[in-house]
Each structure stands twice: as structure tokens, then as C-alpha cells.
Design a protein around this ligand. Structure first.
Ligand code: PBG
Length: 325
């Protein structure tokens, strides 16, 4: 036999030599839930290992982020007061603004990315301004501009709009550039599906819609060419990083976006993907650590340069131990 692919699998060192994809701590972004109030470290039941923190208790988790050398966190706020427009999102004393200032002051080496959306802040749980139970795209854009300017003023290093309103990146770029933030990058949730895998997040962030669903703004899971269109528009509007979300069930989309666009590609390994693995591992049905690492590797192999994941700290700790295996 001339060709035996097994020859290069003979030993661990040889396998290391021909390995095509390597995961690194540098790939990870760790999402953080920050709740208004004091002395809160509240476990999220459906996401074992994940908690909501009040700002004063953030050091517990931020110390771990720094020790694990994870380069960035993605912040989600849970405000004490909601209203029909989500006006707390642009309150300069709001929960996210406080959290940004706290982290930038105490952990300046960590990149702070903010999720830009309204669903945690609106009384109806939808991602924008409602007109007759329909999320009004253009009325929402003005509020998005207020929100990003407020995050920028508090010191955010990057903003990540996740509401799937058309024209979002252009509106954000216009507001930032006109206010002295031309150098603040945008990571766009470009290809975001109306996915059932967000279930546990909605418990964590208290953001489930009070009626209906998000199918008039988030994408149909059946479509991939439409995802290319979404990415193309965000690219043309000046997005710096293009994201696909969720990750595992959309690796085909990650791959096609990666093949076409020459900007960094992010993939969001979402709450439901995390919860399934944690639940199976807790039952002893899978080896949780090994499955986690294989899954993260698969996301990278498909083309993600950046992986947003609740596994970031655990995976970083394992990578440090096993990098020569
Ligand atoms: C919207 C937002 C959601 C997630 C991130 N940003 C929820 C949604 O669109 O309903 C989901 C993340 C996850 O499931 O881990 N602010």
C-alpha cells in the first residue's frame, strides 16, 4: 500500500507535529452576567458553574479571568428597573456602565466588550421599541446609538450589537465616529439565528419575550445564504468582527463566512450548548471535559478566530495543563 494515513498517527509527538488546529486561551471571550444590587453571586440553575454577580462581587470571577489569561469578557446587564424602551441601557449610572468602569479600573489588561441589546431591559422582553407588537427597526436604531455612546463613555473597549436590527452597524459607526470614538471596534452579531438554544440564557439574563418570539428579527435556522447577506451588509457597514450564533449547530455557516470574508470571525457557543454538555456530564453519560475540548476545537476548525463561551475559564485551565499532549 502506498498511502497509509495511519503512519503519521504513530505517536503523541508526531500527532502534535501534524496537528492542523490548535486551541488557545487567546481564542476565548468569557460572557459575564452582572446584576444590579449588592453582594450577589447567584447561580444560574440551568448553567452549572455560571453565576450572576453584583459589581462589588465581580473580583471573584475577574480574578479567575486574569489568572486563566482569557483576553476578553462580554458583559450582559440585569437592571433593577425595566421599561418599554429599555432606557436603562443608556443610563450613565446603569448596571453595565458601573461594571465597565469597575473592570477597566481594576482589571485594565482585560478587553471589555459589551452586548448591545434591549431584551434584558424592556418590560416586554423584545429587542427594541414595539409598535403594535412589532419591533420597529428604525425607532430602535436611535436607542442603539444612545446605548453605545453610553458604553463608550463608560470606557468599553468594544461593542457587540445583538438585536438583529437592519442598519445597526452603520448607525453605531455613525454615532461613534461623530463623538470621538472612531477607534472603538464593533463586533457584530451578524448571523444570529432565532434559536431554541438560547433558553438557559434567558433565565440567566431575565430576558425571555413576554409574548411571541424573535422570528421577525432573528434569522430562520433553515437559511445559510441569507447569513452571507447579513455578513456582507455588516462588513460593508464597517463591522470589525463578524459573528455567527449559535456555534455548534451552525458550523457550516461559520465555515462559509470564513471562506468569504477576511475579517476575524467569532462564533458564540451559546447557553443551550453549554447546558446540554453540563447535564450529560453530570449524569456520567459523557466525559464533560473531553467533550468540551472537542467541541471548542470543532468550532475553531470550522473557522472561528474567536470563541465566545461559558467554558472559557475551564477550557483555559485545561489548555495550560495539556498543551504538550
Ligand atoms: C440578546 C442575546 C441573547 C443571547 C446573547 N445576546 C438572547 C436572545 O437573543 O434571545 C443568547 C446567548 C446564549 O444563549 O448564550 N441580548
Amino acid at each position: 500500500m502506498m498511502n497509509r494515513t495511519r503512519r503519521l498517527r504513530n505517536s503523541a509527538s508526531l500527532r502534535r507535529l501534524v496537528r492542523e488546529t490548535t486551541l488557545s486561551v487567546n481564542d476565548f471571550v468569557y460572557p459575564l452576567f452582572i446584576e444590579e444590587g449588592q453582594d450577589i453571586v447567584q447561580p444560574v440553575t440551568s448553567m452549572p458553574g455560571v453565576h450572576r454577580y453584583s459589581v462589588d462581587r465581580l473580583p471573584e470571577i475577574m480574578d479567575r479571568v486574569v489568572a486563566a489569561r482569557v483576553p476578553a469578557v462580554l458583559l450582559f446587564g440585569i437592571p433593577a428597573h425595566k421599561d418599554d424602551t429599555g432606557s436603562e441601557t443608556w443610563n450613565e449610572a446603569g448596571i453595565i456602565q458601573q461594571a465597565i468602569r469597575f473592570i477597566k479600573k481594576n482589571y485594565p489588561q482585560v478587553t471589555v466588550i459589551t452586548d448591545v441589546c434591549f431584551c434584558e431591559y424592556t418590560s416586554h422582553g423584545h429587542c427594541g421599541v414595539l409598535v403594535d407588537e412589532y419591533v420597529d427597526n428604525d425607532a430602535t436604531l436611535g436607542n442603539i446609538q444612545k446605548q453605545v455612546l453610553s458604553h463608550a463613555a463608560a470606557g468599553a473597549d468594544m461593542v457587540a450589537p445583538s438585536g438583529m436590527m437592519d442598519g445597526t452597524v452603520a448607525a453605531i459607526r455613525e454615532a461613534l465616529d461623530a463623538n470621538g470614538y472612531a477607534n472603538l471596534p464593533v463586533m457584530a452579531y451578524s448571523v444570529k439565528y432565532a434559536s431554541s438554544f438560547y433558553g438557559p440564557f434567558r433565565e440567566a439574563a431575565d430576558s425571555a419575550p413576554s409574548f411571541g418570539d424573535r422570528k421577525t428579527y432573528q434569522m430562520d435556522p433553515a437559511n445559510s445564504r441569507e447569513g452571507l447577506l447579513e455578513a456582507e451588509y455588516d462588513d460593508l457597514e464597517g463591522a470589525d468582527i463578524l459573528m455567527v450564533k449559535p456555534a455548534i449547530t451552525y458550523l457550516d455557516v461559520v465555515k462559509s463566512i470564513k471562506d468569504i470574508f477576511n475579517k476575524p470571525i467569532a462564533a458564540y457557543n451559546v447557553s443551550g450548548e453549554y447546558a446540554m454538555i453540563k447535564a450529560a456530564a453530570a449524569n456520567g453519560w459523557i466525559d464533560g471535559e473531553k467533550v468540551m475540548m472537542e467541541l471548542l476545537l470543532s468550532i475553531k476548525r470550522a473557522g472561528a478566530d474567536i470563541i465566545i463561551t461559558y467554558f472559557a475559564l475551564e477550557a483555559a485551565e485545561i489548555l495550560t495543563k495539556t498543551q504538550y499532549e
